[in-house]
Design a protein around this ligand. Structure first.
Ligand code: IMP
Length: 428
């Protein structure tokens, strides 16, 4: 048996959904452990495109159990919409399990997200406006409402009253905004509770029982390590722990994790605000953005793009224990005359090879690059690593050298089949 965690190694949108789907075929269970419907996975399965925000991509395999763990913040409205759309596409959703301990996102969280961003003005985070931060805030403040609470009408009524009173005071007194109506939220969410009731369980128990039975489990991280609230570019981060949140967010001990696969986009992209040392604001950046369709799945915002940054990758791999790399969207770089990989930074005249803690320092960092020749050959149909052009292999091997991790898979196109397997992570 194996337990494998998949984490995004940059600022999210590395193509984790595709690799979860690819590695998922050998898993018995696929589980999410943090984040919420701020994530956005686009999956291309045999020409059919699925867009998922909250449900793990494993749902597309009918023989797998799919878990939404306790560390996820759940917007039940999004979840039900997503389930209905999957059902309409003929996907069997009966194997979905939802943690009884996961926290619920309410309309007041979304309103709070928006008001907080407006209040921050120029220092706004550029959130997805899904109420993620406020939901985690309530969890930490111990005024959050969990799925199990929502399933019990009396408990739910009392908890919602208490919390909504606090929120409404905040809306009226602090933000000079309108209060929200208790009955509307209570009735809407009671209906959601009834629709998901049969799927709710103690998912930590389920996962640990499966581990005891030697099953293969794939944990699917959302966002990316540089958006981690502890290890990312704070405050321009999300409010959960993509990096090492798996134990907390799935309820499995750290000694139960065998491997961590870091998903790496062959270049770098970032949506939202915050510093980005290798950002390209020129025609090469435009080429990568258009070729890579770099527009947010959730927000449709154009993503900022730049060269691959191995200072970021080394930081990301260290803080989350990445053992293997899933290298994605390599085909997007085809036809660039030469490619650059950032190896270190220059900060105030000194060369550094680590990622500084403060935004102020990161803003002053100038990337130091290694330049490599590009390739023009079409790589989208290549199935074997050895058939890749020499310059492509050189690019890949430079990433291995600069990060110390081994490449497991290389993605050369959006389809399930366009994945070169270099190293089977389930087997070694
Ligand atoms: P929040 O998670 O909506 O609070 O947003 C906080 C930051 O994380 C913003 O910069 C978002 O753009 C970014 N973010 C959140 N989820 C994702 C994701 O799935 N991919 C990329 N960026 C994300």
């Amino acid at each position: 048996m194996s337990t494998i965690v998949i984490v995004g190694s940059q600022w999210g949108d590395e193509g984790k959904g595709k690799i979860t789907d690819f590695l998922g075929k050998d898993a018995n269970i696929i589980s999410r452990y943090q984040g919420g419907d701020n994530a956005g996975h686009t999956l291309d399965v045999d020409g059919k495109v699925y867009k998922l925000r909250l449900i793990p991509s494993g749902i597309l395999y009918k023989d797998k159990v799919t878990v939404v763990g306790n560390g996820v913040v759940i917007n039940p409205k999004t979840m039900i919409e997503e389930l209905n759309s999957l059902k309409e596409s003929g996907v069997d959703i009966s194997n979905l399990k939802i943690s009884d301990r996961a926290h619920v996102i309410f309309p007041y969280h979304i309103k709070e997200d928006q008001l907080q961003e407006e209040a921050k003005g120029d220092s706004k985070i550029g959130t997805t406006n899904r109420g993620i931060g406020p939901a985690y805030m309530d969890k930490a403040s111990r005024i959050g409402i969990r799925i199990a609470d929502m399933l019990n009408p009396e408990v739910f009524k009392n908890r919602l009253k208490e919390t909504l009173d606090i929120k409404n005071k905040e809306f009226t007194d602090l933000y000079n905004s309108k209060p929200m109506n208790f009955d509307d939220i209570y009735h809407e969410y009671s209906q959601y509770a009834d629709q998901i009731r049969n799927m709710v369980t103690d998912t930590s128990l389920l996962l640990n029982n499966a581990i005891d039975k030697n099953e293969n489990i794939l944990f699917e991280g959302a966002q990316g390590i540089m958006l981690d609230i502890d290890q990312g570019t704070y405050p321009y981060v999300t409010s959960s722990n993509p990096a090492a949140g798996v134990s907390i967010g799935a309820g499995v001990g750290p000694n139960k994790i065998d491997k961590v696969v870091g998903v790496v986009k062959a270049y770098t992209s970032r949506v939202g605000d915050g510093p980005f040392p290798t950002q390209l604001d020129d025609e090469i950046g435009d080429f990568i953005r258009e070729n890579g369709h770099e527009y947010g799945t959730v927000t449709k915002r154009p993503r900022r793009v730049g060269w691959l940054d191995t200072v970021v990758l080394r930081h990301a791999f260290r803080v989350s224990g990445v053992t293997d790399i899933a290298l994605n969207v390599l085909d997007v770089l085809t036809n660039l005359e030469s490619l650059k990989i950032c190896t270190s930074y220059e900060l105030d005249g000194k060369e550094i090879d680590y990622y500084p803690a403060t935004i102020d320092e990161i803003k002053r960092c100038k990337p130091i690059y290694k330049e490599l020749p590009g390739w023009t050959e079409d790589i989208t149909n290549i199935k074997d690593y050895n058939d890749l052009p020499e310059n492509t292999k050189k690019y890949i091997e430079t990433i291995e050298d600069l990060t110390g991790a081994k490449i497991a898979t290389i993605s050369v196109g959006p389809n399930r089949n366009q994945t070169i397997l270099k190293n089977n992570v389930w087997k070694n």
